[in-house]
Design a protein around this ligand. Structure first.
Ligand code: PMV
Length: 322
């Protein structure tokens, strides 16, 4: 089967997502098969815009933020083999937020590629199969093919499903930027190190299903306090396995810790808000929209905080084609 009869050019906008219950660890199989389930929210205003077309040359022409990307080239080659595609691709991809600094640009990036290739090549894949394709580029990308609250359950070929759409539980997210530099240890390497050297990794995996169940119940009941409690717990547990690797990986900066303290102080004083942190120094703070001004103002006063981006839970992909 050779499919090259799609559109001439496709533009996709996808959003980054942040996991409240984290994927951390891979199974020993190809394709970024996660060792743990995950549950995320889409970040409406942190977006990747990617335009895809066929290349006239016999190699891919890829520009990610104006630079070549071997990771995207590799992904495109995998797609050519899997779907028996002859031509190479032209890809131009840009993010409206810092790339490679723990803000999930690979999630929105590979989700955009998977959705865009489906459209360009007229593959007519279901959203779940597109999610499986995106996962092969980056585990968390499986979730960015949807907006809202999204879950991935590990299986033979893990895929994401939507738990709740964004408008069913409106929440604000304050993305706190504490570092503009790309992280020194990438998530794949840090996951591998956690699995092989952290004394806590086995318990991380063992206790994960219970965390997922608790978070899903909290979402079903729209119980903010319960979601706050389990999300912070799961985040700190993941970071526990990361810090206890050998050699250790220390993603946090002083501002990362200061933001966590501020959020907990605010919560103790009656402002509902909780934090979560991916593989980096940035913090995402989640709160009801009515509290977002108070929370953001307070966080912006913290020494070491470079910037904040206010967004909402959302992130439905947008596509246009010619
Ligand atoms: O998709 P990756 O390889 O960037 O790994 C993502 C890992 C975390 O962001 C820390 C957790 C998650 O579930 O997104």
């Amino acid at each position: 089967m050779s499919k090259t009869q799609g559109k001439t050019s496709v533009t996709v906008s996808t959003a980054a997502n942040i996991a409240l219950i984290k994927y951390w660890g891979k199974l020993e199989r190809d394709g970024n098969q996660p060792a743990t389930a995950s549950l995320s929210i889409g970040l409406e205003d942190l977006r990747t815009t990617t335009t895809l077309a066929f290349s006239n040359s016999d190699s891919h022409e890829v520009e990610l933020e104006g630079q070549p990307s071997s990771r995207i080239n590799h992904f495109l080659d995998q797609v050519r083999v899997e779907f028996e595609i002859k031509p190479c691709f032209k890809v131009v991809s840009n993010n409206n937020f810092p790339t490679g600094t723990g803000l999930a640009s690979s999630a929105s990036g590979f989700a955009a590629l998977a959705l865009g290739l489906n459209e360009l090549l007229d593959l007519r894949l279901s959203r779940q199969v597109i999610s499986q394709l995106a996962r092969k580029g980056s585990g968390s990308a499986a979730r960015s093919v949807y907006g809202g609250f999204v879950e991935v359950i590990p299986s033979d070929d893990a895929m994401a499903v939507r738990v709740l759409s964004a408008d069913e539980w409106p929440l604000s997210v304050i993305v706190v930027i504490n570092n503009q530099q790309p992280k020194e240890v990438g998530s794949t390497e840090a996951m591998q190190r956690s699995a092989t050297t952290s004394p806590y990794y086995r318990d991380w995996v063992k206790t994960h299903t219970a965390d997922m169940e608790e978070a899903k119940l909290a979402i079903a009941d729209r119980d903010f306090e319960k979601l706050a409690d389990i999300s912070e717990h799961n985040c700190l547990k993941m970071h526990g396995t990361i810090m206890t690797t050998r050699p250790p990986v220390l993603y946090w900066l002083p501002a990362t810790i200061a933001v966590m303290h501020t959020v907990q102080t605010l919560r103790a004083a009656g402002t509902p808000a909780f934090f979560t942190i991916d593989a980096g120094a940035q913090v995402k703070v989640i709160c009801p929209p009515a509290c977002a001004d108070t929370v953001e103002d307070r966080i912006r006063e913290i020494e070491g905080v470079l910037n904040t981006i206010r967004t909402e839970v959302g992130g439905e992909p947008r596509l246009s084609s010619e």
